[in-house]
Each structure stands twice: as structure tokens, then as C-alpha cells.
Design a protein around this ligand. Structure first.
Ligand code: MD6
Ligand code: FE
Length: 224
């Protein structure tokens, strides 16, 4: 199911140039597929608020002891954490000692369907990392390599303030491309692109109509 089939009537000048709701998948590189405006942002945002009511956003420490500018929480059987001991997935929230909130079935279904559209059928995420950025927050170039099997893709949903996603190569120093990510966009990284380095440039100042001074990114993973 794609979104908002019913609300196309309110077309504006901007929509002649912007991606329209549910517009076609766009291959950025082999295995890196953008699904522009693919989700209902209000629906996903409501789920994020419910998750954060149980497992609040927090600024984790890097293994080197630095506070990350991005605040994070998780849902699903496993959650990604970073602290002085390193990066890992764990079944409970270290702040509360409780399990992470369950992954909402609606979100798991969005991730599964997006992966299938991108050419990766059968994706069954067991972990979802939720990142919260404010203007100025950024995410350094990294590879996602704490998962057991890199044969599974990662599906990412963006909400709120726009971002510039930097997609590099499998080597840290290779060339990079800048990909604008907007509210309701979905990006799938799998196959040849699964181990590309990537990051997020500092978020520009702004206020989003639904989220305020905030960008949210959810990444769905198969950790085990
Ligand atoms: C972000 N995304 O967009 C951070 N990782 O805020 C990621 O780090 C990411 O979008 C793996 C696959 C897709 C992603
Ligand atoms: Fe990542």
C-alpha cells in the first residue's frame, strides 16, 4: 500500500517539481533504492511518540566517551546501543532494564514491503533504531556492521526536517554522493550497497509542520 492516494487534489506548484506521494522507486546505486514520500508521516510519527513514551530518546556515548549529537531509542526484540564497552545489539533498554518496546506491526510491514519493492523480498526486521536530530545534529560517516548477516538490507524512514544523506563506498575514503532525504522518504540499503559508508550532514535550522525543530530517522534491521 502506498500513501495518500486520496489527497492528490491539493496539488500545488511545488508538487510539480517535488516527488509526488508514492512516486516510483529510484535507484541511487545498485542496492540503494529511494522510495520518495512512501509512508504516512503522521502515522509513523504517532508510533515514534508511543515508543519514546516507554523508551525515551537519550544521547548515547561513543566507545571513546563522546556524547552523540543524535538522540536515540529503539523498538523491537533487539536495540542498538553504544557505550564505553562498544557498539552492540541488546534485548533490553540499559536505562530502564526493561525490554525495548515491541516493534509496531504496521512499521514492520512498511519495512518488509519497502524492502520487497527494492528487490529484497522476505525481510523480517527484529530491531529498529530511532534517531532524533535537532538542527546542527549530524551523523559521522559509518558502516552498519553490528548485524550478524549483511545479506539482509536495512530500511530507513525519514520524518520531519530535511537532511542530506551522504552515501560513500565500501572503503572509507572513496567518493561520496549527496542524497536529499525528506519527510516520508524511505531509503533501502542492501546488496552491493549494504556495506557502503554513509552519514548525515548537520541538519539545517528549520521547523517542520508536524515535528517542529526535529528530524526523525528509523532504521529497520535484521540483527540476528
Ligand atoms: C539517518 N541513517 O538517515 C541515518 N544506515 O539518519 C543510517 O545510518 C542508515 O539510513 C543504514 C541504512 C540506512 C540508513
Ligand atoms: Fe547507518
Amino acid at each position: 500500500m502506498t500513501r495518500r492516494e486520496g489527497s492528490r487534489a491539493a496539488s500545488s506548484q511545488a508538487e510539480l517539481f517535488d516527488d509526488h506521494p508514492g512516486s516510483k522507486p529510484r535507484a541511487i546505486a545498485p542496492g540503494a533504492i529511494l522510495l520518495p514520500r512512501h509512508v504516512d508521516g503522521a502515522e509513523v510519527w504517532a508510533e515514534v511518540c508511543t515508543i519514546a513514551a516507554t523508551a525515551p530518546f537519550r544521547h548515547m556515548k561513543t566507545p571513546g566517551g563522546k556524547r552523540m549529537s543524535v538522540a536515540m531509542t529503539n523498538c523491537g526484540a533487539l536495540g542498538w546501543v553504544s557505550d564505553r564497552r562498544g557498539y552492540r545489539y541488546q534485548p533490553g533498554d540499559p536505562e530502564s532494564g526493561q525490554p525495548w518496546p515491541a516493534m509496531p506491526p504496521t512499521l514492520a510491514a512498511i519495512a518488509r514491503d519497502a524492502a520487497a519493492l527494492a528487490g529484497f523480498p522476505g525481510f523480517a526486521p527484529d530491531a529498529c533504531l530511532v534517531n532524533r536530530y535537532e538542527p546542527g545534529s549530524q551523523l559521522a560517516l559509518h558502516q552498519d556492521r553490528d548485524e550478524r548477516d549483511f545479506g539482509h538490507p536495512i530500511v530507513s524512514i525519514s520524518l520531519g526536517l530535511p537532511a542530506t544523506f551522504v552515501l560513500g563506498s565500501t572503503s572509507r575514503t572513496g567518493p561520496t554522493a549527496s542524497i536529499p532525504l525528506a519527510h516520508e522518504d524511505v531509503l533501502v540499503l542492501g546488496g552491493e550497497s549494504r556495506m557502503r559508508h554513509h552519514g548525515v550532514r548537520p541538519i539545517a535550522e528549520g521547523t517542520h509542520a508536524l515535528l517542529g525543530r526535529c528530524r526523525i530517522n528509523l532504521t529497520f534491521r535484521r540483527a540476528t
